[in-house]
Design a protein around this ligand. Structure first.
Ligand code: ASP
Length: 351
């Protein structure tokens, strides 16, 4: 064999090896549509089917990006946009209402390759908040913009402002009414409280259920890059410009190629205090814990503080966790070489 032939043969072997390495490199995404009191007996088969179908749509949209060699960040925005546009979830259309009856939206995104991050809080007129969070990351020198300022920034980029009514649904209006009734109830007379006792139990259950419904996605692309994104309307009946964990980098959202990507959902005040997303990453970085061990330890910490909710976590090897201490969490994943998984209840898979 001549030298030339030998070089050609070696070249062919090399490119075949490279191609098969690329083929076996795992990629995929994990999503959530919020955690809370989600139980079979309070769900109709029709509604459950709608949730499962929409989660599948989001998984497929994100997966299509990754399958074609697209970036983890693009998969995250594609999946989150679908959940934001669906009135089923507490993000974008169908977001919960503040005490003043309006929608104020928070979102964040993070690039695990560069540790760049962007977030927005308390915005009222941007149809897909995750897109604006991404623009804060990519087109501004800042990490976090709030309220009117964030919307002014959006206008400089040519965003269209949508009326706040676009986000509001009948279901959320009713939820706010019930939350307000419940808020007043403890101040009612003993007799009235007695009369409403049974109903109150039911209402407390109801309000707890409505706390969560945030959407999020973590993705791993074929180049081994991780990204995380989260979008929410926050909590029903929130007041005084309340901001939750979602747009706080390290609390509700975090991504680092060296450790993992995390998106959280739950009672935001507790998730901020436990710096949930970074806590998971830090355990992996400093204690070499696995995704599952780290997620379980952090959610246990949230539980000890008195909070509830869950996280989705994915590392650069495709290991994942969907850990939560609430009764359920809308969730799912689709990884290369495996079937898509969608789950809702506590007795279904957390992996
Ligand atoms: N974590 C969100 C917040 O506190 C709520 C949610 O997860 O639905 O704003």
């Amino acid at each position: 064999m001549s030298f030339r032939h030998l070089f050609v043969a070696l070249g062919l072997i090399g490119s075949t090896l490279a191609a098969s390495a690329a083929e076996t490199k795992k990629f995929g995404l994990v999503i959530h549509g919020g955690a809370g009191v989600i139980k079979r007996d309070t769900m109709t088969p029709e509604l459950e089917a709608q949730y499962r179908a929409k989660l599948n749509d989001a998984l497929n949209a994100g997966y299509a990006v990754l399958e074609h060699g697209g970036a983890a960040l693009d998969a995250v925005t594609a999946a989150v946009n679908i959940l934001e546009d669906s009135p089923l979830f507490n993000a974008g259309k169908g977001a919960v209402l503040t005490a003043d009856g309006i929608c104020e939206l928070d979102a964040a995104i993070m690039n695990g390759q560069t540790l760049a991050a962007g977030s927005i809080a308390g915005i009222r007129h941007i149809k897909n908040p995750i897109n604006l969070a991404r623009d804060v990351m990519e087109k501004s020198p800042h990490v976090m913009l709030i309220g009117e300022g964030a919307e002014k920034f959006a206008l400089t980029l040519g965003y269209e402002l949508v009326p706040n009514e676009y986000f509001r649904t009948e279901m959320r209006i009713k939820q706010l009414e019930r939350a307000k009734q419940l808020e007043k109830a403890p101040k009612a007379s003993a007799l009235l409280q007695e009369i409403f006792r049974a109903q109150l139990d039911d209402e407390a259950h109801f309000v707890r259920e409505q706390k969560y419904g945030t959407v999020g996605c973590v993705a791993l692309d074929q180049r081994g890059n991780l990204a995380a994104g989260t979008s929410t309307g926050g909590m029903t009946n929130k007041k005084f410009g309340r901001v939750g964990d979602v747009p706080i980098i390290g609390a509700g959202t975090y991504a680092n190629n060296a450790t993992c990507a995390v998106s959280a959902t739950g009672w935001g005040e507790f998730f901020i205090r436990a710096t949930v997303a970074h806590d998971i990453s830090a355990q992996m970085e400093y204690q070499q814990k696995s995704v599952r061990e780290a997620a379980a330890a952090t959610i246990a910490k949230v539980g000890k503080l008195g909070g509830d909710g869950g996280v989705i976590v994915l590392d650069a090897q495709g290991n994942l966790s969907m850990e939560f201490n609430s009764e359920g969490m809308y969730r799912g994943h689709r990884l290369s070489g495996a079937q898509a998984v969608v789950a809702i209840y506590g007795d279904e898979t957390k992996r």
